[in-house]
Write a new protein. Structure first.
Length: 333
């Protein structure tokens, strides 16, 4: 199976090929920049897409040119039998690049079955390598479990293993070099993400953002970096170490140097809404038509219309910026 439908193109000529599928809005962590300690009002079960519904929509999107899929949440590994979904999606296409974005807490337990189901690689969120700071940022004392999840994934070949680190001023920016050291000793790729106004608590402020360029400078001062030009273009240029050590470094500067011009992402929320942009104020309901008996052609047309209406870029930092109604864990990071 492959591309048999018109591509998902917006009015600026960008083509959506990278699909993030959120399988749940629930999470077993409470990262301060994402969700309040008491959690959020969770979606009722009947509003959440079944695996069969997700697979049907995914198939239509693959037919429309999607070639990269990230399973996310909430925390995807808290959804029961998520491995089954991975297998169902893999059965749609042997070629699609498929990864999971997880906080890593349950990863060591599930990595082997995920690999067996056809998962290609993992991205693990980890904001600190210091136990007390990790606990302070996630409200879970779980650094050891996360590091074990990373280790097991690498051992199984779920590679390249990537780490996502959200950097927040006066919390963890001092750890950039330690993360680089970890990358060098393990071969992991560490990507530093700028703090975005997508926290449910609405506490974000520009003061908390540490520019990606500053992180690179900190690392460069200790371990010189060179752009990894062999790689496909990504939102952030990946860097390798000039001395040839393993591992890579990247920054995702969504706030200070947005990459909207080359954005190829689309998102399907756990409750079946398609979003053309993380910061979109509008969503396209796929679940309603799907459950009402829409044909594949009709669903593909809805997806095309959603992408066609994608705006040129987010407006963070501009006077007219409006936060989306849903926060990161509800959209699917
Ligand atoms: N639970 C999974 C995880 O931890 O990777 C997947 C979902 S999580 C919402 C996806 C990513 O979004 C994580 O790397 C997380 O750190 C990031 N994230 C959440 N809130 C954010 C914010 N306000 N700014 C930047 N990144 C954020």
């Amino acid at each position: 199976m492959g591309t048999t439908r018109p591509p998902l193109v917006d009015s600026f000529g960008r083509v959506a090929t990278d699909l993030r599928i959120s399988v749940t809005d629930r999470c077993n962590f409470r990262c301060r920049y994402c969700m309040p300690p008491e959690g959020l009002p969770w979606l009722p079960k009947e509003e959440i897409l079944s695996f069969e519904e997700i697979t049907r929509l995914t198939n239509i999107l693959i037919e429309s040119g999607v070639d990269s899929i990230k399973v996310t949440g909430g925390e995807p590994l808290v959804r029961r039998d998520v491995t089954k979904l991975v297998r169902m999606v893999r059965d749609l296409s042997p070629d699609v690049d498929m990864s999971i974005t997880t906080n890593g807490f349950l990863l060591a337990k599930h990595a082997a079955e995920l690999k067996d189901a056809g998962l290609g690689r993992v991205t693990v969120s980890c904001d600190s390598l210091v136990r007390h700071r990790f606990a302070e940022m996630t409200l879970r004392d779980a650094l050891d479990e996360v590091l074990e999840g990373l280790r097991v994934s690498a051992e199984l070949g779920l590679t390249p293993v990537k780490i996502n680190t959200v950097v927040i001023r006066n919390h963890n920016e001092f750890e950039a070099v330690d993360f680089a050291r970890l990358a060098r000793s393990t071969g992991y790729e560490v990507r530093f993400i700028e703090y975005m106004p997508l926290d449910a608590q609405d506490e974000w402020s520009a003061d908390g953002v540490v520019p990606g360029a500053e992180i690179l400078e900190r690392i460069q001062a200790v371990f010189p970096l060179v752009p990894d030009t062999d790689e496909q273009p990504e939102p952030a240029t990946p860097y390798r170490f000039a001395d040839g050590a393993p591992g890579r470094i990247g920054v995702i500067p969504s706030v200070t140097e947005p990459f909207c011009d080359s954005c190829n992402r689309l998102r399907l929320t756990a409750d079946g809404q398609l979003r053309a942009c993380l910061f979109a104020l509008e969503e396209t309901d796929m679940r309603g038509p799907l459950r009402a008996g829409a044909s594949d052609d009709e669903l593909a047309e809805l997806a095309r219309a959603c992408i066609a209406a994608k705006w040129s870029g987010h407006r963070i930092g501009q006077p007219d910026f409006v936060r989306p109604a849903r926060s990161m864990s509800m959209i699917g990071g």
